[in-house]
Ligand binder design. Structure first.
Ligand code: FAD
Length: 409
């Protein structure tokens, strides 16, 4: 496109889809917009589900990206509780679960990702949960509390956030991780060690190298997690947080290029010029690393929404970005910028014992990524250094008495 009167159909009313709908209007798109979402509520933020909201520190309304009225006021035809079932590229139409068909001039796939289930006995028992949707979070919140034991399968960011929230709600928490360290897929060893010790200080118990073989139950409800070797960890509930799989079946079935997610270009355009893909479902280029990859973060969902809305509304593409994300656990704010590709050195700035430090991942004297704990200047300046590709002095970077401004100068 850009056809200012064209009909834009967005499949998936999550963070990316909801943002794209709002941005299209903001960028002046005057044609009809249809936003199709299988969940019963308007687009909302997922990060609080494992943090403030789970702990009871935020109400349901505060999750919404926009109030429900926003969509009607902006002539966005929001269709909740409706699933897109297939795409007919020849006819430029989408079949929906209510039996209707909707035609498009431009189509945006924003179907996100779903939690990966464990194909093991007992996985369907009551009390074995995931945390992906507001509905999942309601169930979890009603289950966790004083006197209960929560088993968390998977020591990634979501698992650790659930563990911290579980402790805040007064539950006993045990985290079961298959690898021999936490955050093995996403963070360096220094960070894994730090988080493990911090959680232990808050009473979380860890089982590392723990291969979960089955969930045990009584009367249809989970009572424990069985590890390889036969040991059983008793629990009242279990949350499985072992990663997410992109909802890319609609794209595959209609013949779009799909790799680890739907393949798009810098305008979020798929192999069909009238179809875009954004957010967790997209496998997108990241020019600063000369690579394609799929990301699961709010900033990535916002960036994809900007790219697709700009292309459809005839605006120039947004300037390149550094991918980033965050995680909140207890009083820790972790901010991560970039990805640790092709790294040959890891440098720690500050003292982990103070819970205020940053880990820089370097390729030669270029910063590839930074993980900053309670250290906003390290995060912000690190992000700038990743984008500018300016070399740094490692000695100055490692010295916390030299300010980050001076390091970056
Ligand atoms: P989603 O927000 O998942 O939305 C996709 C929507 O599409 C869903 O509503 C889904 O039901 C719908 N859908 C799927 N298939 C269809 C279909 N066929 N028809 C109609 N609708 C369909 N990111 C951070 O940056 N920081 C954090 O701290 C953080 N914490 C998180 C905590 C939790 C518990 C979770 C689950 C995620 C967290 N994330 C965090 C990740 C972030 O929320 C996601 O990256 C972001 O929501 C992706 O947006 P999206 O629109 O691509 O997908």
């Amino acid at each position: 496109m850009s056809d200012p009167a064209g009909h834009v159909v967005i499949l998936g009313a999550g963070h990316a889809g909801g943002t794209a709908a709002a941005l299209l209007r903001q960028y002046g798109h005057a044609g009809p917009i249809t936003l199709v979402g299988e969940e019963p509520i308007p687009p909302y933020q997922r990060p609080p589900l494992s943090k403030a909201w789970l702990k009871g520190e935020a109400d349901a309304d505060s999750l919404a990206l926009k109030p429900l009225e926003f969509y009607a006021e902006h002539h966005i035809d929001f269709r909740p509780s409706t699933r897109a079932t297939s795409i007919n590229r020849g006819a430029r139409s989408v079949a929906l679960s209510d039996g209707s068909t909707v035609s498009y001039d431009a189509l945006i796939l924003a179907t996100g990702a779903r939690a990966i289930a464990l194909p093991i006995p007992g996985a369907k028992l009551d009390g074995v949960m995931f945390l992906r949707t507001a509905a999942d979070a309601e169930v979890l919140k009603a289950t966790v509390g004083p006197g209960k034991t929560l088993a968390v399968v998977g020591g990634g960011y979501i698992g650790l956030e659930v563990a911290a929230s579980g402790r805040a709600l007064g539950a006993d928490v045990v985290v079961l991780e298959r690898e021999d360290r936490l955050l093995a897929r996403v963070a360096c060893e220094a960070l894994s060690t730090f988080f493990k010790a911090y959680h232990e200080q808050h009473g979380v118990v860890f089982e590392l190298g723990a291969e979960v073989e089955a969930f045990e139950g009584e009367a249809g409800h989970v009572t424990g997690v069985k590890l390889a070797g036969g040991r059983i960890i008793p629990c009242d509930a279990a949350v499985v947080g072992v990663g997410a799989h992109p909802n890319d079946e609609l794209a595959r079935d209609c013949g779009l290029d799909v790799a680890r997610g739907v393949v798009v270009d810098l305008e979020a355009r798929t192999s069909d010029p009238s179809i875009f893909a954004i957010g967790d479902v997209a496998h997108r280029p990241m020019p600063i690393y000369g690579r394609m990859f799929r990301m699961e973060s709010v900033p990535n969902a916002l960036e994809g929404a900007k790219q697709a809305a700009s292309a459809i509304a005839g605006k120039s593409a947004p300037a390149g970005e550094v991918p980033w994300q965050w995680s909140d656990q207890y009083d820790l704010k972790l901010q991560i910028a970039g990805y640790a590709f092709d790294v040959d050195e890891i440098l720690v700035r500050g003292d982990p014992a103070t819970a205020k430090f940053a880990v820089f991942h370097l390729k030669g004297d270029l910063v590839q990524a930074v993980e900053a704990i309670n250290s906003p200047p390290e995060f912000m300046m690190g992000k700038q250094l990743i984008l500018s590709r300016r070399p740094v002095s490692k000695a100055r970077l490692a010295d916390p008495t030299v300010s980050m401004k001076e390091v970056a100068a």
